[in-house]
Design a protein. Structure first.
Length: 175
């Protein structure tokens, strides 16, 4: 009998000692996570951001003067017509496509040469915009205006200056 009492008391003593040790890792996580987060932000993220900013003596890539367009020499718009751009409609297993033929307009004296210099990038952007359209997008009434705005913003981004003022579609067909 004495052996049975000793055996039943042994597990009770070990249970008391092992119950509090589970809190130590949780407390370490609660205390160390803010410290680790602060160190990561200060020593990794901030230096990465500073590396991307231009130096103080170096001018910014696009200045306010670049954004002010005032071409007194050319008051009429210059046009550039793109070849047809064809892209598959997203989500149709390449069974349907959208075709767009459009013309871009601007007033810069070197408008045509600037477009020609970036023509491959501009066509690729047009392919990307048209290729991201779904059937639900194409059923919207304002889809041409949405695509027009995306193309204009993307073209001006790729050119580096806001030269493209207007885009008109000669045709916008979905099959």
């Amino acid at each position: 009998m004495a052996e049975e009492q000793a055996a039943s008391e042994a597990p009770k003593q070990s249970a008391k000692g092992g119950g509090g040790s589970g809190m130590i890792p949780a407390l370490l996580v609660i205390v160390l996570m803010p410290v680790i987060s602060f160190a990561m932000f200060k020593f990794m993220i901030i230096p990465m951001i500073k590396a991307e900013l231009p130096a103080q003596g170096e001018p910014a890539p696009i200045t306010a003067e670049d954004l002010e367009i005032n071409y007194e020499d050319s008051t009429e718009q210059i046009s550039y017509a793109f070849e047809p751009v064809v892209a598959n409609v997203l989500g149709t297993s390449q069974t349907r496509f959208v075709q767009a033929v459009f013309t871009v307009y601007g007033r810069h004296p070197d408008f045509v040469s600037l477009i020609e210099a970036k023509k491959v990038r501009l066509r690729d952007h047009a392919d990307s915009v048209l290729g991201s359209l779904t059937l639900a997008d194409l059923e919207k009434r304002e889809i041409k205006n949405i695509v027009r705005n995306q193309l204009r913003e993307g073209f001006n981004h790729h050119i580096g200056k806001p030269l493209v003022e207007e885009i008109y579609f000669d045709s916008f067909v979905t099959q």
